[in-house]
Every structure is written in C-alpha cells, then in structure tokens.
Design a binder for this molecule. Structure first.
Ligand code: HEC
Ligand code: HEC
Length: 441
C-alpha cells in the first residue's frame, strides 16, 4: 500500500499535533528517516472520538449504556448480559472459539473484541449492521444469544423506576424508555471503549527508548515485507474493509450479505489492540495463538479465487522475523488491565472536503480519486476500476439505489444521478472507499 494513502487516512481521522499523555512535545527531538516518521504518523492515537450527529456523547448516556451492557436482566432468562460474552478482561471477547448464549448452542462465529469500534463503519464479522446503534438488537433478539423480544424488554425496563430515571437523565429532550434510546445509550458506551496508549504509542510519539530494537524490526516487517499493513492500518490496526484471508471453513461472510460471490469468505479486518487478552483468533476462533496466526499467513491459506490480492504470497519469514513480529504485536497490549476511556473528547464524523467538478473517477489502491465531486442533475459518473482488486460500487439512498455487482479490474461502472442532493458512493467490499457526490440543478 502506498504510504501516501496511509497518511491521507491518518489526516482525516487524527488531529495532528495533539498529545498522548503530553508526550507529543518529545516528538520533535530526533530526526527520523522520513519513511519511518510517516509510518508512525499513520498509527497515531486519535485525539478525539467521532460521534454521529444524531447520537452525540453525554456522560449520562454513557453511564446508562454501561449499566445496560452489564445487566443480565436484558436476556430472556436473566442469565446473559452483553458483558457475559464481551468480557473486558478478555479484550471484550470470551476466550472461546465460538460464543455461547442462553440456548447453550454454539454460535456461528467467534466473539469479536469491542475495542476501538468508534472508527468502524460496518459491524459484525460480515458487516451486516450499518452502525453500532443498529447492531444492538442483533444479540438481544437472537434466540441463541439473549432471546429477548424488543417489546417485552422495553416494557420491563419502562416499569423499573431506576431505569426510568436513568433514561430521563440520558435523553432530556425525549425522556422515554424506548428501543431507540436503549440502542443509543449502549452505542455511546461502546464508542468510549478506546484502548489505552501502550509502549508502542509512546514510541510513535517520539520516545525512542519505549521499544526494543527487535520490536522496531517487527514494526518494519509489519509495515514492509510482511504486508500486514495492507489491511491492518491506523490506530486500531484495521482498515474496516473485508478480505478473504483463506480460512478453510465454508462461511460465506461478506459474500452472503452482499449476495456477491466475489466477496465470499471475506470478513472484516479485526483491530489488533489488546490481542494478548482476546485469544483465540479469527472469525471462527480456529487459531489459538499469534504463532498460529503467523503460520496461517505463511502456509495455511486455502487456495481459492476470492483470496485477497493484498496478502503477501508466498510469505516466508525467518525464525528471527517471526520473533520480531510477535514481539511487535506484544507492544499493542497494555501491561495492566485496560480500562475504557473516561476523559472524552468528541469530534463530528465527516471531515470537510472540497468538491471538484469532474465526471470520471478512478479507484486505484482502494481509494476513489477524487473523493468529492460536484455534478449536474441528469449527468453521469464513470468510475474506472484501475485497481488490482474486485470492487462493488453502491449507493444506498431513498432517491437512488445502485449496486454494480462485481466490478473487476479494468471495468468501468456508470451511474446516472436523477435527483439533486448529496449522495455517498462506497464499495461494499472495501467500505472505507467513500466518494461524495453533490448533485445540483
Ligand atoms: C452469546 C454471546 C454474545 C452476547 C450475549 C452478545 N454478543 Fe456481541 N457478539 C457475539 C458474537 C459471536 C459476535 C460476532 C457475530 C458475527 O459477526 O456474526 C458479536 C458481535 C458484536 C459486535 C460487532 C463487533 C465488530 O467488530 O463488528 C458488537 C458491537 C457487539 N457484539 C456488541 C454486543 C452488545 C451491545 C451486546 C448486548 C446487547 C452483545 N454484543 C451481546 C457474541 C455475543
Ligand atoms: C488482506 C488483508 C490482510 C492482511 C495483508 C493481513 N491481515 Fe490479518 N486479518 C485480516 C482479516 C480479514 C482477518 C480476519 C479473517 C477471518 O477471520 O477470516 C485478519 C485477522 C488477523 C488476526 C486475528 C485477530 C483477531 O482478533 O481474531 C491477527 C492477529 C492478524 N490478522 C495479524 C496479521 C499479521 C501479523 C499480518 C501480516 C503477516 C496480517 N494480519 C496480514 C486481514 C489481513
């Protein structure tokens, strides 16, 4: 991946020059080779958490969300809270290959960590939930997880004077115990689950002694020869896109959600923070240790046509390389039990960009270029896949529902915009690719 695109991402999500625990000032001391300095910048801790305009942060909402998340009374038989499967001390996972809820049945997939989801657009391994608010009712209503129908849960909470008071405090403009408010409170709590800075972050901020030479070598391999950073990028070490990394099971993942064979076996890139606590790994929980994960990338990849071209293949690591990569991954976990953030700084979600009046868009290196255009009503956009990957161009809008299907490298997709307004065009497989289209008369 081009270093430039890493930096672009970093600039959008991070506010440059702000400190992690007041350490940024040290950053100016020693001159770094430019490539390493640029790479470090791409992994800086964000200064603020993005909250959506329709669910802004408040302390009262976070507190209510925290209470709900830990309340076993949310499940049908009083046995299971969100926190029963998402255990803070285990990286908000549960130590099992695959989760287990009220029915005692094994769930289809491994319980993912919940650290740093404020920056993830689509939720679940296959991205079937559009945002954290929408995700909440998945586990609540699933017969194998908490098995609690929405209406009876809301009726029960509404009859509880403590919850009545807590909802009123959290939602002063709309003081109701409602499904909508319950989802907003839990999502607000989840956005504060930002993993704390570790030794790696001190190093990124300029403390050269924070990492050993071996750990720095591991970072260089991760962002270089081993190609891990083709997908694991940014503070949370995920690009939020979907890839088939060749696990052998039959789960179609993103392909089933998009009804698109080209996205079969693709799962969301998981973040890599606090990994030490959240074993086993992968959507099926099939890999017990980080050693096993490296062995998978080296010689465990199932051959099939959907396997991501972003993987370095063949990947051959020396024993020294492997030890360095593992040492580096270790620096992404806290030494003490990590806690959710309590001092919250918020920012609005979408950075301002300037629209340019063009009708031809490229898709090189998982980026639309340009990313913001203005066109006239009734005109067409031509989007050329000059990338090495299959894309899937989509618009989800009441005024325009568009799905290109599989768009192979070399193919051009044409979209007509019949109405005025602002439209978001994105890739279903690489949803971090976003193109804003302003259509005027
Ligand atoms: C029985 C165990 C269990 C319970 C209870 C449970 N979850 Fe989960 N959670 C899972 C599993 C398994 C997945 C992955 C499912 C998938 O991707 O198909 C998941 C996925 C998630 C995700 C998506 C994470 C990501 O990276 O996309 C979020 C967020 C989440 N759960 C929050 C919650 C909340 C909030 C509750 C309570 C309302 C809850 N979970 C209850 C097991 C559980
Ligand atoms: C093509 C994009 C891509 C590349 C390159 C890549 N990964 Fe991944 N990684 C993923 C995806 C997607 C998953 C989840 C796959 C699944 O469950 O099917 C994953 C899972 C993982 C996990 C498990 C995390 C968890 O919580 O379960 C670890 C650890 C990991 N990768 C480390 C690495 C390392 C180290 C490298 C470099 C050797 C690497 N990855 C290269 C996309 C990638």
């Amino acid at each position: 991946m081009a270093v430039r695109s890493l930096i672009r991402w970093a600039c959008a999500a991070f506010i440059a020059g702000t400190a992690v625990g007041g350490l940024a000032a040290i950053g100016a001391q020693l001159p770094q080779p430019p490539d390493l300095a640029a790479l470090k910048a791409a992994y800086r801790r964000p200064a603020a958490i993005p909250f959506p305009a329709d669910d802004p942060f408040s302390d009262a909402k976070r507190e209510l969300g925290d209470t709900l998340f830990h309340d076993k009374g949310l499940s049908v038989d009083g046995s299971t809270a969100c926190a029963t499967c998402h255990i803070q001390a285990q990286g908000f996972s549960d130590g099992r290959e695959r989760g287990k809820g009220v029915s005692g049945q094994r769930l289809g997939r491994h319980t993912p960590s919940l650290w740093n989801l404020a920056w993830t657009h689509l939720l679940f391994w296959d991205g079937r939930a559009q945002n954290l608010e929408q995700q909440v009712f998945g586990p609540l209503e699933s017969p194998d997880e908490m098995a609690q129908p929405k209406d009876s849960l809301i009726a029960r909470l509404a009859a509880d004077p403590q919850y009545q008071a807590a909802f009123a405090k959290a939602f002063p403009d709309n003081p109701k115990v409602s499904a909508d408010n319950l989802a907003k409170a839990i999502a607000t709590y989840e956005r504060t689950l930002v993993s704390p800075p570790t030794r790696f972050d001190r190093w990124v901020e300029g403390d050269d002694n924070a990492l050993s030479a071996q750990e720095v070598d591991g970072f260089k391999l991760f962002t270089g020869k081993a190609g891990c950073a083709n997908c694991h990028t940014g503070y949370a070490f995920t690009d939020g896109n979907f890839y088939d990394v060749g696990l052998p099971d039959a789960d179609r993942g993103r392909g089933a959600v998009l009804h698109l064979d080209a996205a079969d076996h693709a799962f969301k890139t998981p973040g890599l923070r606090e990994l030490k606590r959240s074993a086993p790994y992968m959507h099926d929980g099939s890999l017990a240790t980080l050693d096993d994960v490296l062995a998978h990338y080296e010689h465990g990849i199932t051959e099939r046509k959907t396997v991501a071209p972003d993987l370095v293949r063949p990947l051959s690591l020396t024993a020294q390389d492997r030890a360095a990569l593992l040492a580096f991954l270790g620096t992404l976990s806290s030494e003490q039990d990590p806690q959710p953030l309590t001092q919250i700084v918020t920012e609005t979600v979408r950075p301002e960009t300037v629209a340019v009046p063009v009708t031809t868009i490229s898709q090189h290196e998982k980026q639309f270029s340009p990313t913001h255009v203005s066109i006239k009503q009734g005109s067409h956009l031509w989007i050329l896949n000059n990338d090495t990957r299959t894309h899937n161009v989509r618009v989800f809008d009441p005024k325009l529902d568009f799905d290109s299907g599989a768009q192979e490298p070399g193919e051009t997709v044409e979209i007509a915009f019949p109405a005025t307004g602002s439209f978001l065009v994105f890739c279903g497989i690489h949803p971090r690719m976003e193109l804003y289209v302003d259509v005027s008369k």
